[in-house]
Design a protein around this ligand. Structure first.
Ligand code: TRP
Length: 337
């Protein structure tokens, strides 16, 4: 076991996961399960979720179970991946206290991901951001280092957080002696999926997402409202699939030979948008069917969900405790036990 590399990833439970997550990170996590040289951890980051949802604890609580269902339904297997809950590991909070001495406020303010998020959250934060939110990179550094996560599979937006974690690790080791492991980000090769409205990002807060748990009716309704070539008004106008979100999603959900035909017909004005959207909705529903069936299985077994989360968290906590012990020794805080 000792020579296995640990991987750690996680999601804030602020909403259900959507097909952007599916292509962007979830499929990647499932694929990693085949690699025997890895020991995998996935964290439901409910403490981090509270940094921008402190006023809505019920939302976070509900979404802990939704995200767990999302994980299990796409095939993240608790036998192969330890799924755990951040708030049930107090060592993570303890590490934050010590790491916070190793980070300056100016450095936190410069973190590009945090900066962008603060700008997006004006409504919540007004002119002055909370200590908790500006400090969440420290919390994330604690998540990663507590499990000696060597590899952190993430999307590009998370790179500044991993970089900041690496800086904290180096600073810690240089002051207190070689103790923490410096993590590496592993960029998932999958691209970011655009929203139904053509926005560069499919986002929980943007209202442009298809969720893994959406019903057939919801999927159809959303696809029917997706952005198409705005220049195409009548069915026999010549269309441009390059600027059509329906064509974009056909590329993800439809057989390549069918996509080719669809695009040719669209360019020739021989295929209407409505038929094209119906076909796409059908294909998305087909692809998500096994995922939805698995979700239903777990939804009907709340005691099993509880067990998975509890056992995963117990396993993760053991490791966090070992790291805590090393950290306290290094910091000369190993008094009595
Ligand atoms: N910041 C991540 C997100 O917003 C969630 C997260 C919390 C995370 N802790 C982590 C990701 C540790 C990777 C490693 O989705």
């Amino acid at each position: 076991m000792a020579d296995k590399k640990r991987t750690l990833t996680g999601d804030r439970p602020t909403g259900r996961l959507h097909i952007g997550h599916y292509f962007g990170s979830l499929q990647n996590r499932v694929k990693m399960q085949e690699d025997d040289s890895l020991e995998r951890f996935v964290m439901i980051a409910d403490v981090q979720a509270l940094t921008d949802n402190f006023n809505n604890p019920q939302k976070v609580r509900d979404n802990v179970y939704q995200v767990l269902l999302d994980y299990l339904s796409v095939g993240i297997d608790p036998e192969k991946t330890t799924i755990f809950l951040q708030s049930m590991i107090p060592e993570l909070a303890e590490l934050i206290v010590y790491y916070s001495n190793l980070v300056t406020i100016a450095r936190l303010e410069r973190n590009p991901t945090v900066k962008t998020e603060i700008a997006q959250k004006k409504e919540l934060f007004g002119e002055s951001v909370t200590y908790g939110f500006i400090g969440y990179p420290v919390s994330q550094a604690s998540d990663i280092t507590a499990f000696e996560g060597e590899l952190v599979p993430v999307g590009e937006d998370q790179l500044p957080l991993i970089e900041q974690c690496r800086e904290i690790v180096r600073k810690f080791n240089s002051i207190y002696g070689e103790t923490l492991k410096e993590p590496k980000a592993v960029l998932s090769s999958n691209k970011r999926i655009k929203g139904l409205d053509g926005n560069d990002k499919m986002g929980k807060s943007l209202g442009n997402a298809i969720y893994l748990s959406d019903s057939e009716e919801e999927i159809t309704k959303k696809v029917m409202g997706a952005l198409t070539d705005p220049g195409r008004i009548k069915k026999d106008d010549l269309g441009n699939p390059d600027i059509c979100m329906v064509a974009y999603y056909h590329n993800l959900f439809t057989k390549p030979e069918d996509v080719k035909k669809i695009c040719e017909e669209c360019r020739a004005g021989a295929r209407g948008c409505v038929a094209c959207k119906r076909e796409l909705a059908k294909n998305i529903i087909e692809e998500l069917r096994p995922i939805k069936e698995k979700r239903k299985y777990y939804e009907e077994r709340p005691e099993l969900l509880e067990k998975i989360l509890k056992e995963g968290t117990e396993k993760a906590r053991k490791i966090a405790k070992e790291t805590m012990k090393k950290v306290k020794e290094a910091m000369k805080l190993n008094y009595f036990e």
